[in-house]
Design a protein around this ligand. Structure first.
Ligand code: R5P
Length: 294
């Protein structure tokens, strides 16, 4: 197996290739003045007849550009004679548009995955896809692995065994339960209702008992930080002693991190699904494990 170091995930891909003892294939990336991307595999000649893994996240900024870079790398890998291509896309752009919320919409995540399949990807691995129900819709293997226990391990290693695992909405309760399995404390969720036209949300902590607790909010994605800021305000009103925020995909758009810290979050912990200052947990062990059994 050979690992192609997608320009958006170089460090993670290097970690995976070292942990698997595989040859890594660097990629030259140029972005032209008009915004178009150019990619070239540096060791294209070693790929003939090989199983090749291309690791490239598709987070903002320029998620469309990163998607096209991924597509160009897959095309190059195929042209170099690879027999099988697995795309590892830790953050899969557009995964939140996973059903028709309003008439006239499309299902963007299906378009993205179908596009990758059409280019020649034989299987796709992603991490904590927003809704797992989309996984069964494709005619090639699409798997989502969960990094929640790695995030929970981070907190256990820092002495927070027994902390309360909170989901910021009911849909994320399966995530909080997974974290609870590691932390061993309480578990619960806030209610969150989103207006489909304006995107505005209303949160409530009705029935939640977190007085005196250390609460870790677990979510798949933190984008603007609005969900976490709203949650912290409710948790503080309910008497929570400490509040932490953990997520798999720390998009952290604009001043999201500052807003959360100002609201009282003691620490933000994300994974290197999206490289950045809060990407404290590496997905490398998880991805290496799934590739070994693939
Ligand atoms: C929504 O269902 C997701 O799981 C996240 O809760 C959401 O994307 C977070 O967005 P924001 O940080 O902008 O509130």
């Amino acid at each position: 197996m050979k690992v192609v170091l997608g320009p958006a995930s170089v460090e993670l891909a290097e970690r995976v290739s070292v942990s698997m003892g595989c040859i890594s294939v660097p990629v030259v990336l140029r972005v032209f003045p008009d915004g178009e991307s150019y990619v070239r595999l540096e060791k294209g000649d070693v790929l003939s007849g090989e199983d090749v893994v291309v690791i490239q996240t598709t987070c903002p900024p320029m998620q469309d550009g990163k998607l096209f870079q991924l597509a160009f790398m897959v095309d190059a890998v195929k042209r170099a004679g690879a027999c099988r291509v697995t795309a590892v896309v830790p953050y899969l752009a557009y995964s939140r548009q996973d059903k028709l919320f309003l008439s006239g919409e499309g299902i963007s995540v299906e378009t993205v995955v179908n596009m990758l399949m059409a280019i020649g990807v034989d299987s796709l691995v992603t991490v904590n896809i927003h809704s797992e129900h989309v996984l069964s819709k494709f005619s090639f293997p699409v798997r989502s692995v969960s990094a929640i226990s790695l995030l929970a391990d981070y907190f256990v290693a820092r002495g927070y065994r027994g902390a309360y695992a909170l989901a910021p909405d009911k849909g994320a309760m399966y995530i909080a339960k997974e974290a609870q399995g590691v932390l061993g404390g309480g578990v619960g969720y806030l209610s969150k209702v989103r207006d489909r036209y304006t995107g505005q949300t209303v949160q409530s902590g009705e029935g939640l008992n977190v007085e005196g607790e250390t609460v870790i909010i677990f979510d798949d994605i933190i984008s603007t930080g609005g969900t976490i800021v709203g949650a912290v305000e409710i948790l503080k009103d309910l008497g929570a002693k400490h509040v932490f925020a953990a997520c798999v995909h720390p998009l952290l758009i604009g001043d999201a991190a500052k807003r959360m810290l100002d609201a009282g979050v003691e620490e933000i912990v994300g994974t290197d699904s999206i490289p950045g200052p809060y990407s404290k947990v590496s997905l490398s062990p998880l991805i290496s494990k799934i590739l070994k059994v693939a």
